[in-house]
Design a protein. Structure first.
Length: 239
C-alpha cells in the first residue's frame, strides 16, 4: 500500500471556488442579452468553461496556495500570522560579550592577550571590599586589567568558567586572586581552587589577597607576599 496521503483541501478553499463559479455563472445569465450569448449559441460554452475553471482551481490547490503564501511573504515579510520570530541564543553571557566587543574594537586581532585577566575568588563580602559591584557586573575593565568574578550573579559557575575558557583559549586567565583574611579558616579552599583550575583547563598562578582598611596617603611602594602550595597538597586536594 502507498503511504502517500491525498491532499486535504480546506473547506474555505472549496467554498471559495464554488462561490466564484456561481458568481461567474450568474454574471453570464444577467449579461446574456447584452452579450448575446444565447443568441450566438455561446451559453453552453460559457457554462462548460466555468465548470472547467472550477475543476482546475480545485485540483491546483497546492499551486494556488503556494503562490498566495509567496505573495504574502513578499508583502509582509516574516511577520505572518501564526509564526513567532525566535531570537538566536547568544554564544556567551552578555557581560562577557560586551567586554569582548570593546576589547576587539580597541585592540584589534590580538585583543585576547593585550590585557591581563585576573579571576577574583573568595567570599562575596571580601570581594566587595576590593572590587565593588563585581558580583553583579561579572567582569570589569580596570586600567590595564580585566577583573572577572569567579561566581557572578545570574549564571551557573561551571557555565561561566566554560565561557571564559572558550573565549580566551588555552590560557583563559593570567592569574587567580583569592581574597581572604589571614585568620579565615576554609578547609575546602584547596579543593575549590582545584575545581576552578579543572573548569578552566589551566592551573593559573594563585595570589592570596588580604584586604585591610587603608588610612592616610597611598604608599608609593608595595611589598609582595607570596605563598606556594606543595605538589603533595595539590594532589590531595584533587582526590
Amino acid at each position: 500500500m502507498s503511504d502517500v496521503k491525498p491532499v486535504r483541501r480546506p473547506v474555505g478553499y472549496v467554498l471559495g471556488v464554488t462561490v466564484l463559479c456561481l458568481l461567474l455563472l450568474l454574471l453570464a445569465l444577467l449579461m446574456d442579452d447584452d452579450w448575446g450569448l444565447s443568441r450566438h449559441g455561446w451559453m453552453g460554452w460559457v457554462v462548460a468553461g466555468i465548470a472547467l475553471l472550477g475543476m482546475v482551481l480545485y485540483f491546483l490547490y497546492g499551486a494556488v496556495y503556494g503562490t498566495w503564501t509567496w505573495l504574502a511573504r513578499l508583502r509582509f515579510g516574516r511577520h505572518r500570522r501564526g509564526t513567532v520570530n525566535v531570537a538566536p541564543l547568544p554564544k556567551r553571557d552578555a557581560r562577557l560579550q560586551r567586554v569582548a566587543e570593546e576589547l576587539r574594537v580597541a585592540h584589534g586581532w590580538f585583543w585576547r592577550r593585550r590585557l591581563r585577566w585576573l579571576l577574583v575568588n573568595g567570599e562575596d563580602r571580601r570581594i566587595e571590599l576590593i572590587a565593588p559591584g563585581l558580583k553583579q557586573a561579572g567582569v570589569m575593565h580596570v586600567g590595564e586589567t580585566i577583573l572577572v568574578h569567579a561566581s557572578p550573579e545570574d549564571i551557573d559557575v561551571g557555565r561561566w568558567l566554560a565561557q571564559i575558557r572558550k573565549l580566551r583559549g588555552r590560557f583563559p586567565v593570567d592569574g587567580v586572586v583569592h581574597v581572604a583574611r589571614a585568620d579565615d579558616q576554609d578547609p575546602e579552599l584547596p579543593r575549590g581552587l582545584s575545581g576552578i583550575a579543572s573548569a578552566l583547563g589551566w592551573a593559573a598562578p594563585v595570589t592570596f589577597l588580604h584586604p585591610v582598611s587603608a588610612h592616610g596617603k597611598q604608599p608609593e611602594r608595595f611589598d609582595a607576599v607570596g605563598a606556594f602550595m606543595p605538589n603533595g597538597t595539590r594532589r590531595q586536594a584533587q582526590t
